[in-house]
Design a protein around this ligand. Structure first.
Ligand SMILES: [Ca+2]
Length: 285
């Protein structure tokens, strides 16, 4: 994968400098002006086809699908990494934009509005150049699809790779200003941990599967998750547990008062489809 290189000069003085691609013949990304109404950087490409898979995030207490996470896949369902590795000139910014639009368009076509479930979209903070600009096309797609903004969740991924916490904070503030909910993805993995919550409070955290795996057999993980539950209750943050593969894991999570869950135990991601959970039952609003 050939990502645009980023200038690391003086991020404190200019938070956007860290996200500004270095002009290089190695990439197709060139400098563009961000003055005015449109963000040219996001209008280029991507020059390859891709599609969307959806995985339910379930609420085992309410027995309904709480949201669908949109996951970019190759046109035939293949892993996206396979596609990106073959793509020499990859515009990270344009791809992120297109992913959001495609997630909204595809889920709307599949009937997400009627299910009552929310749509959860992954965003990489390093692919957000200027939070307000980057939202315009997302809003247009949501409006066209008839999906209210308060039914969109943005999962901030790769938090550990963000060069500036100020940039992350700006994204959160801007998104929440518009009634969008923000989730921290893979919470508890790498640097995406408790110290983040002292800087800003998201609406939702998704506890990484590394902490969830075999929870019933790992008392230390249970203690950590129990502490997270207590902190999130005080900060009014919703918890989603990721990567549930066994019934015992689900049971322990319920005992810890975590009811929103995602994982193969419930449903795998389905290409261009919204898998129903509980099976055979429409997700009621
Ligand atoms: Ca995610």
């Amino acid at each position: 994968m050939n990502k645009p290189r980023h200038s690391l000069a003086e991020p404190e003085d200019n938070p956007l400098a860290i996200l500004h691609p270095v002009d290089s013949s190695e990439t197709e990304t060139t400098f563009v002006s961000h003055e005015g109404e449109t963000c040219t950087l996001c209008n280029v490409g991507p020059a390859f086809e891709f599609s969307m898979a959806f995985q339910p995030i379930v609420d085992v207490q309410a027995k309904r699908t709480f949201a669908y996470e949109a996951l970019a896949r190759g046109p035939n369902g293949e892993s996206l990494n396979d596609i990106l590795e073959k793509t020499l000139h990859h515009n990270h910014y344009a791809f992120d934009q297109r992913c959001r639009e495609k997630a909204i368009e595809t889920s709307a076509r599949l009937g997400i509005v009627a299910t009552g479930a929310d749509l959860s979209i992954n965003i990489s903070p390093n692919a957000v150049y200027q939070p307000a600009h980057c939202l315009r096309r997302t809003f247009a797609a949501a409006s066209l699809a008839g999906l209210p903004l308060n039914r969109l969740i943005f999962e901030v991924t790769e938090v550990e790779k963000v060069h500036s916490q100020e940039h992350l904070r700006n994204i959160m503030i801007e998104y929440r200003k518009h009634g969008l909910r923000v989730a921290i993805d893979d919470f508890g993995a790498g640097h995406s941990g408790l110290s983040l919550l002292s800087v800003f409070q998201p609406d939702i955290i998704k506890i990484d599967r590394a902490l969830i795996q075999s929870l019933h057999e790992r008392p230390a993980s249970r203690s950590i998750v129990r502490s997270i539950v207590q902190i999130c209750a005080e900060l009014d943050i919703i918890i989603i547990a990721e990567g549930i593969e066994q019934e015992q894991e689900m049971q322990v999570l319920c005992d810890l008062n975590i009811y929103r869950m995602q994982g193969y135990f419930f449903a795998k991601p389905a290409l261009e489809a919204l898998p129903m959970w509980p099976p055979g039952q429409a997700s009621a609003a």
